[in-house]
Write a protein that binds this ligand. Structure first.
Ligand SMILES: [Zn+2]
Length: 85
Protein backbone atom coordinates (compact mmCIF):
# COMPACT_ATOMS: atom_id res chain seq x y z
CA UNK A 1 0.00 0.00 0.00
CA UNK A 2 1.63 3.32 -1.08
CA UNK A 3 2.04 6.15 1.41
CA UNK A 4 -0.29 9.03 0.91
CA UNK A 5 0.74 11.23 3.80
CA UNK A 6 3.83 13.31 4.43
CA UNK A 7 5.79 11.47 7.09
CA UNK A 8 6.48 14.75 8.91
CA UNK A 9 3.28 16.77 8.86
CA UNK A 10 0.86 14.11 7.67
CA UNK A 11 -0.36 16.36 4.88
CA UNK A 12 -1.82 14.57 1.91
CA UNK A 13 0.93 14.32 -0.67
CA UNK A 14 -0.83 12.10 -3.15
CA UNK A 15 1.68 9.29 -2.68
CA UNK A 16 5.04 10.96 -2.01
CA UNK A 17 6.74 10.16 1.30
CA UNK A 18 7.19 13.87 2.08
CA UNK A 19 5.34 17.04 1.06
CA UNK A 20 7.17 19.83 -0.75
CA UNK A 21 6.95 22.15 2.23
CA UNK A 22 8.63 19.64 4.55
CA UNK A 23 11.13 18.76 1.83
CA UNK A 24 12.14 22.44 1.64
CA UNK A 25 12.43 22.62 5.39
CA UNK A 26 14.56 19.46 5.44
CA UNK A 27 16.79 20.88 2.73
CA UNK A 28 17.39 24.20 4.48
CA UNK A 29 18.03 22.38 7.74
CA UNK A 30 20.56 20.14 5.98
CA UNK A 31 22.27 23.19 4.46
CA UNK A 32 22.41 24.92 7.84
CA UNK A 33 24.07 21.84 9.31
CA UNK A 34 26.57 21.75 6.46
CA UNK A 35 27.48 25.40 6.95
CA UNK A 36 27.79 24.80 10.68
CA UNK A 37 30.07 21.82 10.09
CA UNK A 38 32.19 23.68 7.54
CA UNK A 39 32.61 26.73 9.79
CA UNK A 40 33.43 24.55 12.77
CA UNK A 41 36.06 22.64 10.79
CA UNK A 42 37.59 25.89 9.53
CA UNK A 43 37.77 27.32 13.04
CA UNK A 44 39.34 24.17 14.46
CA UNK A 45 41.84 24.18 11.58
CA UNK A 46 42.65 27.84 12.33
CA UNK A 47 43.28 26.92 15.94
CA UNK A 48 45.57 24.05 14.99
CA UNK A 49 47.42 26.26 12.50
CA UNK A 50 47.83 29.06 15.00
CA UNK A 51 49.31 26.63 17.50
CA UNK A 52 51.72 25.35 14.86
CA UNK A 53 52.70 28.91 13.93
CA UNK A 54 53.16 29.90 17.54
CA UNK A 55 55.24 26.79 18.20
CA UNK A 56 57.41 27.50 15.18
CA UNK A 57 57.93 31.07 16.34
CA UNK A 58 58.94 29.87 19.81
CA UNK A 59 61.38 27.37 18.31
CA UNK A 60 62.99 30.02 16.12
CA UNK A 61 63.24 32.35 19.10
CA UNK A 62 64.77 29.64 21.30
CA UNK A 63 67.37 28.84 18.62
CA UNK A 64 68.17 32.49 18.18
CA UNK A 65 68.60 32.99 21.96
CA UNK A 66 70.84 29.93 22.26
CA UNK A 67 72.95 30.87 19.24
CA UNK A 68 73.36 34.43 20.49
CA UNK A 69 74.57 33.14 23.82
CA UNK A 70 76.88 30.48 22.37
CA UNK A 71 78.34 32.68 19.65
CA UNK A 72 78.31 36.12 21.25
CA UNK A 73 77.74 35.55 24.96
CA UNK A 74 74.52 37.54 24.88
CA UNK A 75 72.33 36.65 27.89
CA UNK A 76 68.63 37.22 27.28
CA UNK A 77 67.14 39.87 29.57
CA UNK A 78 64.75 37.44 31.19
CA UNK A 79 67.65 35.22 32.24
CA UNK A 80 69.81 37.97 33.69
CA UNK A 81 70.04 37.74 37.48
CA UNK A 82 70.47 40.60 39.92
CA UNK A 83 69.36 43.33 37.56
CA UNK A 84 71.57 45.60 35.44
CA UNK A 85 75.20 45.95 36.45
ZN1 LIG B 1 4.97 17.74 5.23
Amino acid sequence: MPMKECEYCKADTGGAPICSRCADRQESHRRALEVDKRVRLALVQDLVDSHARAARKEIVKAHWRLNNFLNRGIVPDDLKQGGPN
